[in-house]
Design a protein around this ligand. Structure first.
Ligand SMILES: [Zn+2]
Ligand SMILES: [Zn+2]
Length: 362
């Protein structure tokens, strides 16, 4: 498998971001990401600007809804109306348009210091028909931690890395509930990059510039073939991997997620069976799950339907799957000093024995 880092959920001058596509592509190239997905608010005006720029695949989606229930639609060819009050309608319209849909920052808390304390969480559960959840959103997460001025200064100036203390537990719980019932719900990470420009006196300041954010929470896609140099093929590969959950989320500010792997392997009728992240197979005895961290000082946690079943202090985990379920891996980065930090979140491998009734809600 080949893996490629990408940055998802970016705003440009087409809505409330500060950068042109060229500036965003330049920042992405310099940060080392292979693709970006720009999702301006309720507009696809950027669509004609899609392409490979500076070696980076630049894709255009849209962020639908305004007041709450923000929804990222990827792969639409024409606009779809928002409906803050009826988000299931929006999900259905996006699905009918043949596009992928991700619930954005579902448990956003906001900060009393920013934007009048406004937050944009998802308010209507249960919903169905969406591709996945944005489990970890850099800007949203940072805001949620900065509820007082000393906190904001500490997390912004002194210890940005530690501000990202893992995806909101509610998001993981909801994701695990869906996947534990055998539903493929794909987790992605985003940055909600705006690169807002402010002035402190006469000095212009960029709040979280694109280049900085493109080295924070990235989503890596995993492909069987290298990413194509042809734009249309590359677009297909990227959206195909995101649709199938052949991807993982990495907080790259700690360490690059490049080299992380997680798969299941077994044999059936003397044939070798290999299941990648996001893949599904009928459960049978003897299936081996294996995960590898690209950094040696790591703690790997294997979870089944959201419950921890194995923990390894080191870069390799291997374990037999004892029963059907959705298996996923979390990797914590162990710094020289201090506790391990949340770093990589794989998508699940689904070892199935029929579906059970779905009752996920908050
Ligand atoms: Zn949003
Ligand atoms: Zn946004």
């Amino acid at each position: 498998m080949y893996s490629y880092p990408g940055n998802i959920h970016i705003h440009s001058l087409h809505s409330d971001g500060s950068g042109t596509f060229e500036q965003i592509a330049a920042a992405a190239a310099s940060a080392g990401v292979s693709f970006v997905i720009i999702t301006d608010h309720e507009t696809l005006h950027g669509l004609p600007e899609e392409g490979i720029r500076r070696g980076v695949v630049v894709l255009v989606g849209v962020e639908l809804n305004r007041k709450f229930n923000h929804y990222l639609a990827l792969g639409l060819t024409g606009t779809v109306p928002s409906d803050d009050e009826q988000p299931q309608e929006v999900i259905d319209r996006v699905q009918a348009g043949g596009a992928l849909g991700f619930i954005a920052h579902p448990f956003e808390k906001g900060s009393p210091l920013i934007d009048g304390g406004r937050a944009y969480p998802w308010t209507r559960w249960p919903v169905n028909g969406f591709t996945g959840l944005e489990i970890w959103n850099y800007t949203s997460h940072w805001r949620g931690r900065a509820s007082t001025v000393p906190e904001a200064i500490y997390w912004f100036l002194l210890n940005r890395k530690a501000a990202m203390d893992g995806p909101p537990p509610e998001a993981l719980k909801l994701w695990d509930c869906y996947t534990g019932h055998g539903r493929r719900v794909v987790a992605i990470g985003g940055t909600d990059a705006h690169a807002a420009r402010r002035r402190i006196g006469f000095i212009p300041v960029a709040i979280f510039p694109y280049r900085f954010l493109f080295r924070t929470i990235n989503t890596y896609i995993c492909l069987e073939e290298p990413l194509s140099g042809d734009f249309n093929l590359a677009k297909k590969q990227i959206y195909g991997a995101l649709a199938e959950g052949s991807c993982f989320v990495s907080f790259d500010q700690l360490h690059s997620g490049q080299g992380f792997s997680f798969q299941a392997a077994g044999s059936m009728n003397q044939k070798r069976l290999s299941v990648p992240m996001g893949g599904a197979a009928d459960y049978r005895e003897g299936i081996e799950l294996a995960a590898k961290s690209p950094f040696n000082r790591a703690v790997i946690r294997l979870l089944k339907n959201g419950r921890l079943i194995r923990r390894v202090d080191g870069p390799v985990l291997s374990c037999k799957a004892a029963s059907p379920g959705a298996y996923r891996v979390e990797v914590y980065y162990r710094p020289l000093l201090g506790p391990p930090r949340p770093w990589i979140y794989s998508n699940p491998i689904y070892l199935r024995r029929g579906l059970s009734p779905l009752t996920c809600t908050t």
